[in-house]
Structures are given as structure tokens and as C-alpha cells.
Design a binder for this molecule. Structure first.
Ligand SMILES: Cc1cc2nc3c(=O)[nH]c(=O)nc-3n(C[C@H](O)[C@H](O)[C@H](O)COP(=O)(O)OP(=O)(O)OC[C@H]3O[C@@H](n4cnc5c(N)ncnc54)[C@H](O)[C@@H]3O)c2cc1C
Length: 312
């Protein structure tokens, strides 16, 4: 841990902050714990499972919930004696499709809830996905039913399917080596290395180049062995689109805020960046613009606001 701590930060402070908001946030100095875990994996000093060991044998009694202790016991692990292998992972996505209070997107009739629709801000406080999936799930279902009941029979034009059919035949024609399954693993690994926990202009540029190359591989080095591979190939194309939005937005945001930590811009910069970033795609081209979404309502960040408290 000491290799990763800045001079003005102690191990005790990092542990205290991590315990305050469980492990779900890394918005403050507690990020140095996540940085250390990821750093050790990247340096090749982790276990064969890309994990590090957590030693709870010296932890104060009562530190860990009893349920956790019992659960681990049921797996044959005594957390007072055995080392645990731990790793950082993607827990929830911040941001997503812009929705209204009925969970309807800007495209009439298209609803989005849960992880696809970003209703929280820069940081995901513990438990908020319950609201995102259950409350908005209920609202979306009710609103979608109203929309469906008020519409005439759907009129589907064959022309709407043309771009999809075109891509389908293209995927079938490519005579390459890489199965969509292999590509997915590679993409996940690359994004884990370049995006999660901390990033800077170099890692983001590497992610950007990877995405560009991957698009190229999709057109020249894809191997479709069975019909299911076609579905995976489509999914992979979608994953690349989402990855591109995340990478470009992270490159654009030259500050650190919530779970977005840029090691080349480690400070929060309200003057330049009290803003949301909106992404749209026209004729295949990604466009990003920044806008403070609540400025029309005159909302500004206040010192007492919940979101800048150190817990959650
Ligand atoms: C380890 C962990 C712990 C968490 N703990 C908490 C917590 O304590 N409190 C909290 O609020 N949140 C927690 N979260 C976050 C929360 O669980 C998720 O954000 C939430 O479950 C997302 O719900 P969802 O319905 O949007 O997505 P998911 O639950 O991911 O559902 C998406 C579904 O779509 C299916 N799918 C994917 N692709 C396709 C396809 N092409 N065709 C058809 N189906 C498809 C998937 O199989 C999946 O069933 C936790 C997350 C993790 C990973």
C-alpha cells in the first residue's frame, strides 16, 4: 500500500474512508486502496487469479458483518485464519441513456431503466440501483403500457431492417481467425486495464486505439462458426459503441469527480466541469457536448448537499 500512498495520506485515513462508504465508492482518498490492488495486478505481482490477498486475522472484532463471516464459513473459509483473494471490479455504470421521470428516452416509445439509464451523478452511492431498477422499472412498465395502448398496430417497414441485414451478411462473409467470444474477453481486459479505477490521457488514448483496431478486426478477422456467433458479433459491435462513448467522455473530462479519477487531473474542478456530458451519434459519428443539466432550474452545488458528503 505504501508504494501507492501520496505523501499527505496515511493508510489509516484510506481504511477509515473505505469503511465509511463500504467498498462501493472510491470518490475520496480511499481510491488509493483500489489503485494499489489494480497496480499490483498490472505489475504481475498478483495471484494466478489476478487477485491480491486480504488478511483479516488482525482486524478488530466486529469489523466485518456477522453474515459475511458465516457465509465464508459455509464455503470452508475461516476469515480469522485464511487469506482472502480480492480484486477490484466494475460494480455499476454511472451515466447512461437520458430518461425522463417515466423512464422514456428521447426516442418516443424507447424506455430505459437500471444500469442502462444513468440517474445518479458522478458517484454511485450504496443501494441506489434499487431505485434505478425497481422504481423506474415500475414507472417504465406503466408508461410503456399506456403508450402501447394508445398506438395503432405497429407498422414495420422492411427498410428499417436493411442496415441490420447488411451487417449480418458482412459478418457471414468475413473469413478471419477471431471468434466473437475471444474478442469480448480481449475487450474486457483492455477496458479493465485502461478505464477502471484510474486513467490518464495515455491509457485513454490506448483504449481509443484499441477500439479503432477492434472495429477493423470486426471487418477483417472475424470467425463466425455458428449462428450464435452472429448474435455475439452484433453484441460486440454494441459493446464497442458503448466503450467509445465512455472513453471519449473520460478523455474530455479533464478533472477528477466521484468515481472518475484522472491521475493526470487529480483534482475536482467545478469552475470548468460542473457539467454533464451528452453523447449522440449522427451518421455513425460520435458527438459529445457538455451542458449543466440543472442550470435551467437554477440548481447549483451547495455545501450542504448530500452528494458532497464523504459517505454513501
Ligand atoms: C457484486 C455486485 C453487488 C451489488 N450490490 C448492490 C447493492 O447492494 N445495492 C444496489 O442497489 N446495487 C448493487 N449492485 C448493482 C446492481 O446489482 C445492478 O446495478 C443492477 O442489478 C442492474 O440491474 P439491471 O436490470 O439494469 O441489469 P442486469 O441485472 O445486469 O440485467 C440485465 C439483463 O439483461 C440480460 N441480457 C444481456 N444481454 C442480453 C441480450 N443481448 N439479450 C437478452 N438479454 C440480455 C442479462 O442476462 C441480464 O439478465 C451490485 C452489483 C454487483 C456487480
Amino acid at each position: 500500500m505504501h508504494e501507492y500512498l501520496p505523501d499527505d495520506c496515511s493508510l489509516e485515513e484510506v481504511s477509515r474512508l473505505k469503511a465509511l462508504h463500504w467498498p462501493v465508492s472510491c470518490r475520496d482518498a480511499s481510491i488509493h486502496l483500489d489503485r494499489a490492488i489494480k497496480g499490483e495486478v498490472l505489475k504481475g505481482r498478483a495471484t494466478p487469479h489476478d487477485a491480491v490477498f486480504l488478511d483479516l486475522s488482525q482486524a478488530d472484532r466486529g469489523f466485518e458483518p456477522e453474515m459475511f463471516e458465516k457465509y465464508m464459513q459455509s464455503l470452508g473459509i475461516n476469515i480469522r485464519r485464511d487469506l482472502l483473494q480480492i480484486q477490484v471490479h466494475h460494480h455499476t455504470s454511472n451515466g447512461g441513456i437520458r430518461i425522463d421521470s417515466d423512464a422514456q428516452s428521447k426516442i418516443a416509445g424507447l424506455f430505459a431503466v437500471g444500469e442502462t439509464a444513468g440517474w445518479q451523478g458522478a458517484d454511485r452511492l450504496g443501494g441506489t440501483m434499487l431505485g434505478s431498477s425497481q422504481v423506474f422499472g415500475w414507472r417504465a412498465g406503466a408508461a410503456a403500457a399506456r403508450v402501447a395502448a394508445s398506438r395503432p398496430n405497429p407498422n414495420l417497414w422492411p427498410s428499417a431492417a436493411e442496415p441490420v441485414m447488411e451487417m449480418l451478411s458482412h459478418f457471414r462473409e468475413v473469413q478471419g481467425e477471431k471468434s466473437p467470444r475471444d474478442l469480448k474477453e480481449g475487450l474486457q481486459r483492455e477496458m479493465w486495464e485502461t478505464l477502471i479505477v484510474e486513467k490518464d490521457a495515455d491509457t485513454l488514448t490506448r483504449a481509443h486505439n484499441f477500439i479503432e483496431d477492434e472495429r477493423e478486426r470486426m471487418t477483417s478477422d472475424l470467425k463466425i462458426a455458428d449462428p450464435f456467433d452472429l448474435i455475439l458479433a452484433f453484441e460486440h459491435r454494441n459493446l464497442l459503441d458503448v466503450a467509445e462513448v465512455i472513453v471519449q467522455a473520460a478523455l474530455m473530462r479533464t478533472e477528477s469527480r466521484g468515481s472518475h479519477y484522472r491521475s493526470d487531473y487529480p483534482k475536482r474542478d467545478d469552475e470548468a466541469w460542473l457539467k454533464n456530458i451528452f453523447a449522440s451519434r449522427t451518421n455513425g459519428h460520435l458527438k459529445l457536448r457538455r451542458e449543466w443539466v440543472a442550470q435551467d432550474e437554477g440548481w447549483t452545488d451547495q455545501p450542504e448537499d448530500l452528494r458532497i458528503k464523504p459517505w454513501g
